[in-house]
Design a binder for this molecule. Sequence first.
Ligand code: PMP
Length: 408
Amino acid sequence: MCNPYIKDFPILKQTINGKPLAYLDNAATTQKPDCVIEASSRYYRLDNANPHRGAYALSVRATELYEAARETVKNFIKAEAAEEVIFTRGATEALNLLAYSYGMNCLREGDEIVLSIAEHHSNVVPWQQVAAAKGAKLIYLYLDENGDIPDSELEKKITSRTKIVSITQISNVLGTVYPVKKIIRKAHEFGAVAIVDLAQSISHMETDVRDMDADFAVFSGHKMFAPMGIGVLYGKKDLLDAMPPFLFGGDMIEYVSEQTARFAHLPQKFEAGTQNVEGAAGLSAAIQYINSIGFDSIRKAERELTRYTLERLSENPYISIVGPRFSEHRAGVISFTMRDVHPHDVASILDADGIAIRAGHHCAHPLMKFLGITATSRVSLCFYNTKQEIDRLAESLKSVRRWLHFES
Ligand code: PMP
């Protein structure tokens, strides 16, 4: 059966090394549908001006586009108010904002920041910097053999010393979906704030920040069909109100005198300098695109592809899956190793067949160390992928050891 979404993505219609492109690196970044490309390009063709500053028509239009995007994001993640949506360059910048603005001001010596061992470096390194500066400590929730966080870890490690719990909703290596609601509840029992990294979940499952009761949440537009360079920090209004700005300069002030400045209210307080209006317009279009498909259809298509991929990979006797077996809740991020073959070799050989997968540590050194490996090959799926592409992947993987002369 023909995949109804491929036609929306112009980049997918090309060949690589003479073979049709099979793009299976969606956890790194997703491709962009025509409607997003058109929204960004229309902005430059018709509406470009510096927002929030001019009294003329174009500037007003740019401002309206930017603020309409904020409202679209607010509705998409079910935030209470648009001012709780802060635009950033991506998840990494949003996490740095939290570390420097919240962490640096709220942490004291001996306080603890709880992370899972599966966090991306962007949810580790900023906290290491703050912890070192404040005399706080990072505490890691370790995983069981299925990649889950056992309740006993939550009981043991989230305590009255915990001030911040920052956790990813989906592991970008294992594809495990973590029970963020339960973890947030536990954090709140001890009065800690809870941060959720939605980078890997935002385009694959419905987000309701209020139902989760997340204090903060972060994500990147480019992993949800929007342009690169735009992302979001969501925060509860009272927490954001109490935090100092992270970046200083134009647009984030109300009044500047020679020696001091009075800062603007939310959200401008956290948006210094000229903002990425083109990115916001693209993000808005990406959300409308996701909504037009609906998460029920997205989940259904991706669940079936995940099941099929795991099945086809497990037919190869040299492949070991690094991550959970198939379940209704597992995400379509599938890491694996191949006996005697470095993941980079796997990815390069697949590339010759037009198949794009990622290989390496996936910005998750602590997880790699915990698992006792240095790298994996990773296939990450999106609803525009097809079973035919997975069949090509399985066939190409069969040829890898032949290529490397392990077999004749
Ligand atoms: N968190 C997770 C779980 C990720 O997978 C990524 C990107 N791989 C990030 C954070 C960082 O996102 P970005 O590079 O877009 O800031």
